[in-house]
Design a protein around this ligand. Structure first.
Ligand code: ADP
Ligand code: MG
Ligand code: MG
Length: 254
């Protein structure tokens, strides 16, 4: 079953075209990684998929479970099972993490026609998830992300992902300078979440994340398109040789 199908996608921001005919298909049960040099359009792709208002799709299509995503607002995309991990998570003073997570979870449950969980049931449910991200329960009673370290914000974001159980999880780790612990938490989250009914798109500048997540496919982006697709071996080759050889050899789109 195809979950995400991106065809000939072009998109611009502030009148500048960044995506230049991008094609990508992700099936249920698959983990895909996108790598590529700085400025190749990786974050733009994730923002376009999430429906960020600053980005305009100028051509092509994005189908999610066979239906166009383009008309859907970001909130609607989230409710239908698309999760985007933000590179710079919001701080929400005055709202406890526990309330925030319970509200987002209940909003997804509601859209699936399920009953909302009350405080006590949610508390039971969240304990197992805390374990996945190795997070101390005391973080639940603190304001969302307020005063959290970078690694704690990352844990919190992956906790949110583990709770929402998205059908399509998009993680943009580029430029975020994750330490090894945070990388491991992200990877545990993705590995824990993965099953035959969902899929993940992991965007990273660095090969080292792929020591912890074994993707089914690795794509290289350059100039706003995917120019090469391979498996784990490709990540090792990129680690060793960098990206420049791709340009020199003018690798054709696969
Ligand atoms: P990556 O995540 O691969 O590093 P980005 O998607 O962040 O790449 O950026 C792709 C290109 O889009 C870069 O050349 C960047 O300078 C350009 N870009 C991003 N935002 C804007 C903007 N608001 N106006 C013009 N160009 C932009
Ligand atoms: Mg960048
Ligand atoms: Mg980026």
């Amino acid at each position: 079953e195809v979950i995400l199908s991106v065809k000939d996608l072009t998109a611009e921001v502030d009148g500048v075209q960044i995506l230049n005919g991008l094609n990508l298909e992700i099936k249920a049960g698959e983990v895909h990684a996108i790598m590529g040099p700085n400025g190749s359009g990786k974050s733009t792709l994730s923002k376009v998929l999430a429906g960020h208002p600053a980005y305009t799709v100028t051509g092509g299509e994005i189908l999610y479970k066979g239906k166009s995503l383009l008309e859907l607002e970001p909130e609607e995309r989230a409710r239908t099972g698309i999760f985007l991990a933000f590179q710079y998570p919001l701080e929400i003073p005055g709202v406890t993490n526990s309330d925030f997570l319970r509200l987002s979870y209940n909003s997804v449950r509601k859209s699936k026609g399920l009953a909302e969980l009350d405080l006590i049931d949610f508390d039971d449910f969240i304990q197992e998830k805390l374990h996945v991200v190795e997070m101390n329960p005391s973080f639940l009673s603190r304001s969302v992300n307020e005063g959290f370290s970078g690694g704690e914000k990352k844990r919190n974001e992956i906790l949110q992902m583990a709770i929402l159980e998205p059908t399509l999880a998009i993680l943009d780790e580029t430029d975020s300078g994750l330490d090894i612990d945070a990388l491991r938490i992200v990877a545990n989250g993705v590995n824990h979440l993965s099953n035959s009914e969902n899929c993940s798109l992991v965007i990273t500048h660095y090969q080292r994340l792929l020591n912890y997540i074994i993707p089914d496919f690795i794509h290289v982006m350059e100039g706003g398109r995917i120019i090469l697709t391979g498996d784990k071996a490709l990540a090792l080759e990129l680690e060793e040789k960098g990206y420049d050889w791709l340009k020199e050899e003018e690798v054709l789109e696969v």
